[in-house]
Design a protein around this ligand. Structure first.
Ligand code: A2P
Length: 282
């Protein structure tokens, strides 16, 4: 078994989280069960799933097959939007635990704010209670805009530990990042390579930096995230790429490299729907 790949980041609630996590969106149960042990062997200790991915049983099987003590793993799941609300949230979290075969989660997140339903503040109150009871060590959100986070804080006084957001060299979210830094909320970058089609990997500037450092474009893009204190959740269904995406810790981008990638932001870089456009499928 390889040692853990990479660094841990400290969350505002005192917990630590491995900066590198395996994304599992679109992996079937069978693939998740097969790939999670490969990722753990490659040094991943953080696995990210969600109720809406439909693969919690496979992820749980993969975690058991990997065979590490539970406390060495960091497991995140996210609540499906249709489970939001008072009286449903705790049951929803218990469902994830049952499907994963775990007795606690390291992270449980509200997957989408779904502002048109208006249930996310009371969902958040219930999650805060579940955290106090130890069902989830940390709680957070995903796809929340600053205005949604402000509303959570006003409603409960509890600030999320993390927000998972689409973030990559073509969609860098600078103002949103300032808001998170101000509140001490860690951003976990999903689609860190640019989503389906992994657009950052096609970018000539990233290819040039990959040649300069003798690394792959994916490693350069992922290194850009972690050097800024972001957590990254690359997803791959290919074992060789899962390993490649974990080898980020023995090279460094210099200030000029970081500026070059910083200049790649595009107004049309976003690939996924805006939070208010998401329906209940997630
Ligand atoms: P695959 O699953 O076939 O390996 P993101 O995490 O940015 O959403 O990116 C996911 C996409 O990037 C998937 O299509 C995945 O393909 C691809 N991908 C992941 N890692 C790599 C890599 N190291 N090199 C090239 N493509 C990659």
């Amino acid at each position: 078994m390889s040692p853990s790949a990479g660094i841990d980041l400290r969350l505002r609630d005192g917990a630590s989280i491995p900066a590198l996590g395996l994304g599992t969106w679109r992996l079937s149960d069978e693939d998740a069960a097969r790939l999670v042990p490969i990722a753990v062997e490659a040094g991943y200790r953080h696995i990210d799933t969600a109720q809406a991915y439909g693969n919690e049983p496979g992820v749980g099987a993969g975690i058991r097959a990997a065979g590490l003590p539970r406390e060495q793993m960091f497991i995140t799941s996210k609540q499906r939007t249709r489970d939001q609300g008072r009286g449903t949230t705790r049951r929803s979290l218990e469902g994830s635990l049952q499907r994963l075969g775990l007795d606690y989660l390291d992270h449980f997140l509200i997957h989408w704010p779904l502002p048109q339903r208006g249930l996310y503040p009371e969902t958040w109150s219930e999650l805060a209670r579940a955290q106090e009871e130890g069902l989830a060590r940390s709680i957070g959100v995903s796809n929340f805009l600053p205005e949604h986070i402000d509303r959570l804080i006003d409603h409960t006084g509890v600030t999320p530990a993390v927000n998972q957001l689409e973030l990559h060299p073509h969609y860098q979210q600078a103002p949103v990042r300032d808001f998170h830094a101000h509140h001490g909320i860690l951003i976990e970058s999903y689609s860190p390579l640019g989503g389906d089609g992994a657009s950052a990997l096609e970018d000539p500037a990233i290819a040039a930096l990959a040649s300069k450092h003798g690394r792959t474009p994916a490693q350069v893009a992922l290194r850009w995230h972690v050097q800024q204190g972001l957590a990254v959740l690359p997803k791959s269904s290919t074992p060789a790429r899962i390993r490649e995406n974990a080898e980020l810790w023995d090279f460094e981008l210099d200030a000029e490299d970081m500026r070059r990638i910083g200049a790649l932001d595009r107004p049309d870089g976003k690939r996924l729907p805006a939070p208010e456009q998401m329906d209940e499928a997630f």
